[in-house]
Design a protein around this ligand. Structure first.
Ligand SMILES: C[S@@+](CC[C@H](N)C(=O)[O-])C[C@H]1O[C@@H](n2cnc3c(N)ncnc32)[C@H](O)[C@@H]1O
Length: 291
């Protein structure tokens, strides 16, 4: 009996690398540098093995002839994007949300200056850790229920990430910064799997769906938007497009929190930035209108 040994393809050629990078860039705005050729080749080899597609060129043809909402695009994006996230990432942001932002909203409601509503968007939410941290803070500070109408939207381009966000199950690593006082109140612990599942008190506030940041988001304006650790992978033109779309869905005087290296300072000069990561829209800002 003879067996055929099919050797895996060598790394992508510079031309193939350029074609795949362009494809990713055009669909989701993420830039893959030529230095990542070995990484991308390894990841594509995995897709070739799983799909049985013969070579990189045939795989490129498969992707470029299908829309991004197909299962194969999802698997491909899963390979080429970074999903690293965990709850309560960046302590300073959460200190501000808990100690300044939410008490301020609460005071405005108490003084009759606003209705008891709050809308927050976790843009590029990955597996929902950021949105879940938001829900923990809101549940802790505002005790939602009664008159409060609270909506926390998490969106990501990856449907696998969104499905995981909807499951709301987190391992010890993702949970490592969650304050002890919140763990037992807001999560159910499974000692066998060592996983924590969000309780209904959090789930009621959150919804997750796929969304590409380069496209318009059809939603009512948000009081706070978190846009963290995603634009670091975007070039200037894509960053500009994302910020332009984002402006349409922020309330007058609403806030934007960015990651440390998002590189959007030039695009938000009209906002008031009290920290490198915290920006406030003018009260004269008009949602629905890009500037
Ligand atoms: C590193 S995670 C950031 C998660 C979270 N914001 C945080 O800071 O912990 C980056 C996420 O951006 C998503 N992403 C990349 N390009 C995107 C796009 N064009 N639209 C929406 N999400 C995108 C990826 O799928 C990935 O889940």
């Amino acid at each position: 009996m003879s067996s055929t040994i099919v050797s895996p393809p060598a790394d992508l050629t510079p031309q193939q690398m350029q074609r795949f990078s362009k494809l990713v860039y055009e669909k989701i705005g993420v830039t893959i540098s030529p230095q990542k050729v070995t990484l991308l080749s390894n990841r594509l080899r995995r897709r070739l093995r799983s799909t049985g597609v013969a070579n990189y060129d045939a795989y490129y043809d498969l992707l470029s002839s299908t829309s991004t909402d197909t299962a194969e695009w999802e698997a491909f994006l899963q390979e080429v994007t970074t999903h690293e996230t965990y709850l309560f990432r960046d302590q300073a942001h959460w200190d501000w949300i808990r100690n300044v932002f939410l008490p301020d909203i609460q005071a405005q409601v108490r003084e009759g200056k606003r209705r008891p509503t709050l809308r927050i968007w976790s843009a590029a939410c990955s597996t929902g850790d950021e949105a879940t941290s938001l829900a923990c803070c809101v549940a802790d500070r505002l005790q939602p229920g009664g008159d409060w109408k609270i909506e926390i939207l998490g969106t990501d381009v990856g449907s696998g990430a969104v499905a995981a966000a909807n499951r709301g199950v987190f391992g010890e690593r993702a949970m490592r910064l969650v304050p002890e006082s919140m763990r037992r109140r807001f999560f159910e612990y499974d000692a066998e799997t060592r996983e924590w599942t969000s309780r209904d008190v959090l789930r009621r506030m959150m919804k997750f769906r796929t969304h590409n940041l380069l496209k318009p988001l059809r939603e009512a304006p948000f009081d706070l938007v978190l846009l963290k650790n995603v634009l670091i992978y975007f070039d200037a033109a894509s960053k500009k497009q994302v910020v332009q779309e984002l402006r349409r869905v922020v309330t007058p005087g609403g806030y934007l929190i960015t990651g440390a290296a998002e590189g959007v300072a030039d695009l938000i000069r009209d906002l008031t930035s009290t920290h490198g990561w915290l920006h406030r829209f003018p009260t004269a800002h008009k949602p629905g209108v890009a500037t």
